[in-house]
Ligand binder design. Sequence first.
Ligand SMILES: NC(=O)c1ccc[n+]([C@@H]2O[C@H](COP(=O)([O-])OP(=O)(O)OC[C@H]3O[C@@H](n4cnc5c(N)ncnc54)[C@H](O)[C@@H]3O)[C@@H](O)[C@H]2O)c1
Length: 253
Amino acid sequence: MSGILSDKVSLITGAGSGIGRASAIAFAREGAQVVVSDIDAEGGEETVSRISEIGGQAIFVPADVSRAADVEALVQSTVQQYGRLDCAFNNAGVSGGQDLIHEYSEDDWDRVIDINLKGVWLCLKYEIIQMLEQGGGSIVNTASIMGLVGGSRSPSYGASKHGVVGLTRNAAVQYAQSGIRVNAVCPGYIRTPMTEQGALLGPGNEERIIARHPIGRLGAPEEIAETVVWLCSDAASFVTGHAMTVDGGYVAQ
Ligand SMILES: NC(=O)c1ccc[n+]([C@@H]2O[C@H](COP(=O)([O-])OP(=O)(O)OC[C@H]3O[C@@H](n4cnc5c(N)ncnc54)[C@H](O)[C@@H]3O)[C@@H](O)[C@H]2O)c1
């Protein structure tokens, strides 16, 4: 398949579901060779099947992004399979508990920060080692509108996503001269298993959440995928250190 990511070797974490799966499919449709990674093997293999069905190229490599050894092995497997790493979408993440700060448990704080923030740092670390060796690349991290504004619940989630925005800017500045671009995508509320399985889109809540988006609806995973494809592609060659909202106007208010 050919498109704006033709022959770009691309690694996507959290690609067994939601935004990551939609992105893996969009990358493959644009010609990328995709490494689908997730902690959930069943979801990851399903994404690979869907890519094969549309004639794309993908393999599944399991990894827990909060474990350094897993992430190092993931980048190694990518290079062993496809010879290099051109694009990475560090997207794996979890929602935190919905408690307020004074009620929040230390265990949940550590779990969310480990996956959402430390996980992105570990991915950046091993991807950048490879990209420095080959002379460049492009990386997108998944932050959130909750990385730009305060949320009424889930303090660890908000802190982790603000951290992802900060880390993105830091990485962009540190590696701009090395040909590595690093950006973040900040989605509004997107209809995925993360929002549908939790209480977030439960009865009564959905209308309240929709009302906070000026556009008057929730987003679809494919709308985030389109943005990430563009940010990773050479079409965005002068864009780095940007935290791009894709949120139906949520933070514009
Ligand atoms: N859905 C939304 O409204 C929304 C809004 C803003 C940001 N986000 C962010 O988008 C990203 C994707 O979320 P989604 O909505 O597609 O959720 P999702 O639950 O559908 O997908 C998340 C994927 O990450 C994987 N994952 C979880 N922990 C992992 C780990 N330790 N290592 C590797 N993989 C792991 C899960 O198995 C799952 O496949 C997350 O970072 C999330 O915080 C989502």
